[in-house]
Design a protein around this ligand. Sequence first.
Ligand code: MG
Length: 376
Amino acid sequence: MTTTAAIIVAAGRGLRAGGEIPKQFQPLNGLSVLERTVAAFATHPEIDQLVLVVNPADDDLLAKLDLKDAVLVHGGETRDASVLAGINTATTDNVLIHDGARPLVSARIISNVIKALENHAGAAPALTVTDALWRGEDGHVTAPHPRENLFRAQTPQGFRRSEILDAHAAHSGGATDDVEVALAHGLDVAIITGDEANMKITEPRDFARAEKLLEQDMDIRLGNGYDVHRFCEGDHVVLCGVSVPHSHGLDGHSDADVGMHAVTDAIYGALAMGDIGQHFPPSDPQWKGAASHIFLEHAVKLATDNGFSISNADCTLVCEMPKIGPHSADMRREMARIMGMDMDRVSVKATTSERLGFTGRGEGIASIATVTLVKL
Ligand code: MG
């Protein structure tokens, strides 16, 4: 297996962006620029190591940030020296060298750079130039400039580690980026399609543009949940928080609220954070007979803690009996109350299975649920 490190270069002073602190520490919709950049790589499935090249003067600022599992290394006097410190720290086959001030890099670009390294010594994203180009002097156009074969370079710039290490060792310094260093060493660098959103934050107005892009990039998650409980001796069942008289009860380690369990699992699912069984193991006696709202409240808090709000929840109960219709308004009200939502965003409905299968034979109740989570 080829391994890949992301080397995020964030040792610069970023003076053009204005502000009291370097641009990579300034906030962008609630998180610092650098935290967003780090998170983009930390959550990518093909990144095995995170190396963050920083300025020793920023150690206090860095201590306050959530930098995942990044290995911090101090940069040098120049950009080349900083990158080299990062390459020397990485222990992987490939390295992706990325500008800390490009927080909106997409998973697609990271994947495509890694993929291109299967066949090329280097690969980097770039955009074609669509505007006409001029040369100018003293406020006057002096000549048109052909835009054919011109590209706007972005990062991450990916290389086989040993080759870019040799290239840096052989370079005299002062390169604008690592592709320049690679070319000087004769390495083949493939161009992959970049993204306008993968902008480099350079000037104060760039923050406003990046914030707009983030707002357009609303994080919408769907989750599904499914649960079954069998009937047992009893005189009522608890469904979506409402006690319904019935000829049987439902068997389960908690109150066996099959509807609430499905909705809870749908929330965990949307977050990609496991399921009820993982958070509340049935083997743990403290959850025996526990009211299911404890589970649902936990899932809702997890969603909220991760910046999501629940946009809607839809739960379907599958059984022949008891009749759900007379209780569905109470169920919606109770579910909405527990989740802190408006009732018109919570649906509880029911269907029979035409007397087919275990629900049709009246052996138990099944439930499926879908929820939508939204992060603005
Ligand atoms: Mg259950």
